[in-house]
Ligand binder design. Structure first.
Ligand code: IMP
Ligand code: MG
Length: 176
């Protein structure tokens, strides 16, 4: 299945960047406990990489959202498919997702989670496609800025496949 995919971000580069981002979190949140929220399904892969490298205490929860639309284009309608299990009151929350594209998903997540009164709320993603932004979202950190191309791997899927690739690649759609 990997013949159709051109590597855009190598596995070792993701790990190196995860080292840097985790070190930044350790520094910024020293003496505190980070409550990480993974956005299912795609955000979980990078969430684990960050979590493994963070040395301060970390707790976890998960959220699933869904946007109507076709496979490669998200629409304006975002709904919650799985809510958080724990409350956020007084916690230092970091939301982790795979990519910030139009910004609609994380824009909504940010707004929704702020209403639950966390002590602080920040968002990180592995990837950022700034050319596609429709909703302005304030990102704490992003791993890599990428061009406006549809990517898969490290949590990102095309029609539910390729999430498990250990790198980020571009699908050659003519070969699908
Ligand atoms: P948004 O457009 O920023 O709301 O991103 C919504 C979601 O679309 C992301 O969390 C991803 O799950 C998905 N997405 C956006 N761009 C890509 C891509 O290039 N490949 C795979 N999924 C993507
Ligand atoms: Mg997603």
């Amino acid at each position: 299945m990997e013949e159709n995919i051109k590597v855009l971000v190598k596995e070792e580069d993701i790990y190196k960047r995860a080292d840097e981002m985790a070190a930044q979190i350790d520094k910024d949140y020293a003496g505190r406990t980070v409550h990480m929220i993974g956005v299912l399904n795609g955000g979980v892969f990078f969430m684990c990489e960050l979590a493994k490298r963070i040395t301060i205490p970390v707790t976890f929860d998960f959220l699933a959202i869904s946007s109507y639309g076709n496979a490669t284009e998200s629409s304006g309608n975002v709904i919650i498919k799985k809510n958080l299990d724990q409350n956020l009151e007084g916690r230092d929350v970091i939301v982790v997702d795979d990519i910030v594209d139009s910004g609609r998903s994380l824009g909504l997540v940010h707004k929704m989670l702020l209403e639950r009164h966390p002590a602080s709320l920040r968002m990180v993603t592995l990837l950022d496609k700034p050319e596609r932004r429709v909703v302005d979202v304030d990102m704490y950190m992003t791993g890599f800025t990428i061009p406006n191309e549809f990517v898969v791997g490290f949590g990102l899927d095309y029609a539910a496949k390729y999430r498990n690739l250990p790198y980020v690649g571009v699908v050659d759609e003519s070969t699908l």
